[in-house]
Design a protein around this ligand. Structure first.
Ligand code: ADP
Ligand SMILES: O=C(O)[C@@H](O)C(=O)COP(=O)(O)O
Length: 425
């Protein structure tokens, strides 16, 4: 097996498919693994994205898992390492963006790296170090109400500083809108000043291409998935339509959603408006009476024959606050993830062959419960969200499955209906 070029570590599962999607679109052959594989890669690939579920776990565990992923990727010959986190810089006060970046830098002997969450195709831009989502600042975008990582400061230099032992700097738009040479020059200047991590402005894809070119010699790059569009060219790779071909879809269609992001809320509402069958979970009632889970499961299984069924815990910020007050934020998150994962497994066992999962944490829980080990990346549905293909390993069965892991804030309002149409051959 030939060596891989780019080794990627993603802090959640939707983020991993988002990155894999951008790499495939720029011509790389990509394998996405679920967790760190036990064995060497068995197929040829230009890049491997190791999906972790490390965004909101304790920093020391996130570091440990990321270093294990790094060791495996280096074992596959990776020439450059890419740490992928959310384009909305999702982190708690402790991390995990800072601690994981520090640990990877140390392990790689890297004195300098970049932090580039910008993803203009999905409306995430960075200007003077301030992160915008669409036309509003990060802290006005709904991310201030995120269940696990509320983002209340849009200034990324300020957000990153308390999370890292390195000095944090900024490469601003004057360099990134100018030329790759100007960006390289800024990298050098900051490095000389003792800066270890530079937030990098980017408002358009051309900026990302220049940043990518300037980053060719960095051992480690970090960011959202947008940065990926500028990297394959450094390895002489060009776009190639064949890279996104998947087998034909089979089975019934279902959606499970534990995402409380604004975009998902609108997508759930739209699915219901269009007449789709939707089953709402009530976490507080469920925590008091576990038999409700069986009730939801039976409802979902009976509805499958009629058309795509949606099972969701998606709720408004006001409701979320109430549930979290009753159950605790992290505890509620874990319980809901477990319940949704359990229903997803039943749906797949009952014949669902096309499954959409909304929410990064939720996707991690579902993919792990399904026993999926590896995913191939197919056509993009909306920016940042492709269809993927893999095998669920449930009891003794290996079940082929098309699965789409939708980041909370990604996707058009009709995503839950449109996605299945994209898959039709
Ligand atoms: N109704 C709810 N009450 C409390 N927590 C919830 C509820 N619905 C979902 N959650 C939790 O909120 C978190 C959502 O995170 P995630 O799946 O990454 O989606 P997103 O980031 O789009 O909101 C998960 O841990 C999920 O279990
Ligand atoms: O970079 C992004 O925005 C996504 O790839 C991502 O990581 C989103 O996470 P969730 O909103 O938790 O799905």
């Amino acid at each position: 097996m030939s060596s891989i070029l780019l080794g990627c570590i993603a802090d959640d599962f939707t983020g991993a498919t988002d990155l894999a999607n951008n790499l495939v679109r720029t011509g790389m052959r990509v394998v996405q693994t679920v967790g760190v594989p036990d064995e060497s890669l068995t197929e040829s690939a230009d890049a491997v994205v190791v999906s972790l579920k490390s965004r909101t776990i304790a920093p020391n565990q996130a570091v440990q898992q990321s270093l294990a992923a790094l060791a495996w990727l280096r074992g596959q010959g990776a020439k450059q390492i890419y740490f992928k986190y959310c384009s909305t810089f999702d982190s708690t006060e402790q991390g995990n963006i800072g601690p994981v970046t520090d640990a990877l830098m140390q392990a790689l002997g890297a004195e300098f790296t970049i932090a580039t969450p910008a993803f203009p195709d999905a409306g995430r831009t960075v200007y003077q170090g301030y992160l915008f989502v669409g036309n509003v600042l990060l802290n006005e975008s709904g991310m201030q109400d995120h269940p696990l990582t509320p983002m209340r400061d849009p200034n990324l230099v300020r957000v990153l500083k308390p999370q890292t032992a390195h000095s944090v700097g900024l490469v601003d738009y004057r360099a990134t809108t100018n030329s790759a040479a100007a960006v390289s020059e800024q990298f050098e200047q900051l490095r000389r000043q003792g800066v270890g991590i530079a937030i990098v402005d980017a408002v358009g894809n051309d900026d990302l291409l220049r940043i990518g070119q300037a980053a060719a010699d960095l051992e480690l790059v970090t960011g959202g998935s947008g940065l990926a569009i500028g990297l394959p060219a450094n390895f002489g790779i060009e776009p190639n339509a064949q890279a996104a071909k998947l087998p034909e879809p089979t089975g019934q269609c279902a959606i499970v959603s534990g995402s409380c992001s604004r975009a998902t809320q609108a997508q759930v509402a739209n699915f219901i408006e269009q007449g789709g069958t939707a089953i709402a979970m009530d976490p507080v009632a469920l925590s008091q009476d576990s038999s409700r889970l069986e009730h939801y499961r039976q409802q979902a299984l009976s509805a499958l024959a009629v058309g795509p069924v949606l099972v969701y815990s998606t709720t408004s910020p006001e409701q979320l606050v109430k549930v979290q007050a009753a159950l605790g934020a992290m505890q509620a998150g874990e319980m809901v993830e477990k319940w949704i994962a359990s229903i997803a497994c039943s749906l797949v066992q009952a014949g669902v062959g096309q499954l959409i999962v909304a929410g990064g944490e939720t996707s991690g829980a579902v993919v792990q419960a399904l026993g999926v080990e590896q995913l191939r990346i197919g056509a993009q549905i909306d920016p940042g969200v492709p269809w993927c293909y893999g095998y669920a390993k449930l009891q003794t069965r290996s079940i082929p499955l098309h699965i789409s892991l939708k980041s909370g804030n990604f996707g058009a309002v009709d995503f839950f209906t449109k996605a299945f149409k994209v898959l039709v051959p």
